[in-house]
Design a protein around this ligand. Structure first.
Ligand code: FAD
Length: 151
């Protein structure tokens, strides 16, 4: 496995990165191909929106619109995947705290993944809010999460 920090510049002149060339992810949330497909869809939409009746494309505008939205979304995916992986590999007290927090969660509560599996944003304004992380040390080591926090 190889990890690297997200890159926020994907466009240089008429050249645009997409897929793994722009954002090779760690595997923990299985989003590599998803991001690549979404990149292609978003780029295609912006090209279509900036195509004149005679077929010419305003590439600068289309590529700028693409770069305005995709790098930030993929930065979120990459850094969340990294954190997710750290969570899976915890040991000792931290592992017990993680288990207590996860056990306390409602099976049907998708608030930690809604931002990921919701509609793909075409503009920065459509990008959904991220979840609020729960601090690991809010859970007692080896014990249950207090009912008020687990609710
Ligand atoms: C084991 C494994 C499991 C995965 N599971 C998931 C999953 O569950 N969900 C998910 O979303 N993602 C998953 N991924 C990640 C996903 O496969 C990649 O993120 C995705 O394939 C990236 O797509 P891409 O088109 O950017 O790059 P690639 O699929 O790597 O395509 C690049 C293509 O370019 C070609 N190429 C390279 N150099 C040249 C050249 N000089 N000239 C011409 N062609 C060239 C390559 O042969 C290749 O066909 C997984 C990956 C692996 C390895």
């Amino acid at each position: 496995m190889f990890d690297r920090d997200p890159v926020m510049t994907w466009v240089h002149g008429r050249i645009a990165l997409l897929g793994d060339s722009a954002h090779p992810p760690l595997q923990y949330i299985a989003q590599g191909a998803i991001m690549a497909i979404e990149d292609g869809w978003v780029l295609g939409e912006h090209v279509a929106r900036n195509r004149a009746e005679d077929g010419t494309v305003d590439w600068s505008t289309a590529l700028a619109a693409y770069e305005a939205v995709r790098p930030e979304h993929c930065r979120r995916v990459l850094t969340t995947s990294r954190k997710w992986g750290e969570l899976w590999h915890l040991d000792g007290v931290a592992r017990e705290q993680r288990n207590a927090l996860l056990r306390a969660r409602d099976t049907y509560d998708y608030s930690f993944t809604d931002w990921l599996y919701g509609p793909t944003a075409l503009t920065p304004g459509q990008e959904p809010e991220m979840f609020t992380p729960i601090p690991l040390d809010s859970a007692p080591a080896g014990g249950a999460v207090p009912a008020a926090e687990a609710a």
